[in-house]
Design a protein around this ligand. Structure first.
Ligand code: ATP
Ligand code: MG
Length: 257
């Protein structure tokens, strides 16, 4: 592919005149993992939600390269095209897995539902694909009929990832997918994500406040402070030789630990 998958142009969002994010620009190329980092309240989640049509920006636009090769502004898409993106082409991994799962139905149904949304009707195939995905995210197959209410936080997060990836999306948005997990679970989840990104050729926009997560997963990084992008570049370069004073502070505070 010779053009970006997604282009953010001057994305701005204000709440009661207060800046949540402002004039954000970047390109995301196919197969690329972009990390958005920055302190709490710097506008990361707002930006991610603007990019994925969960909230409408006050200014700017998001261009997206559709499967048929057309590039369209998200705000110009028909309702059917939007639905297709939300259900099929995109995944969204919420920081809180309860927001991204249906807690009232079984784990298997959580995965199967996404398949049915793309037209799969064969019960046996749905179940075997769901099982296969539980296996991939290291959830024992005999837990398939349980509600995610019974699952631990880390298991729910992995189930949420399975639910999102089962339809082979082209683009996945992730908001702190490893936040709130203990270190060993986090490490395994990161490993898993890294493997899936590689094998599926996924493009990912991942929000994290953890530079170690950004370093492990991302090719490019975007550093936000008070709603603005203050530094961007290849992850390795930015972390090795940060230019903005705030990024320098971020990097040095991590290195001290
Ligand atoms: N629905 C809302 N109504 C009013 N203000 C909001 C709303 N959502 C976000 N904000 C404000 O926008 C700013 C950016 O918030 P955002 O949630 O995007 O930050 P964040 O970088 O994701 O922070 P964290 O790391 O804590 O999740 C904050 O000042 C926040 O209070
Ligand atoms: Mg947030």
């Amino acid at each position: 592919m010779t053009k970006p998958l997604l282009v953010a142009e001057n994305i701005s969002k204000y709440y009661d005149g207060r800046v949540a994010c402002e004039k954000v620009n970047f390109e995301l190329w196919p197969g690329e993992v972009l990390a958005i980092v920055g302190e709490s309240g710097s506008g990361k989640t707002t930006l991610l939600k603007c990019l994925s049509m969960q909230i409408a920006p006050n200014a700017g636009r998001v261009l997206y390269s559709l499967r048929d090769g057309r590039t369209e502004s998200l705000s110009d898409l028909s309702e059917a095209e939007r639905r297709f993106l939300m259900r099929t082409d995109w995944g969204f991994v919420h920081q809180d897995p309860r927001e991204g799962l249906r807690m009232g139905v079984s784990a298997g149904a959580n995965v199967g539902e996404r398949l049915m949304a793309v037209g799969e009707r064969h019960y046996g195939r749905i179940r075997s694909t769901a099982l296969d995905w539980l296996n991939r995210v290291e959830i024992a197959g005999d837990r398939i009929d349980e509600s995610p209410r019974n699952y631990s936080g880390g298991m729910r997060q992995r189930l949420q990832i399975a639910r999102n990836l089962v339809t082979a999306p082209r683009l996945v948005f992730m908001d702190e997918p490893t936040g709130g997990l203990d270190v060993s679970v986090q490490a395994r989840l990161l490993d898993l994500l890294r493997g899936l990104v590689r094998t599926l050729g996924l493009s990912v926009v991942i929000v994290t406040h953890d530079l170690a997560v950004a370093r492990l997963l991302s090719t490019r990084i975007l550093v936000m402070q008070q709603g603005k992008v203050i530094e961007t570049g290849l992850t390795d370069q930015v972390l090795e030789d940060p230019q903005a004073p705030y990024t320098q502070l971020l990097v040095s505070s991590v290195l001290q630990v």
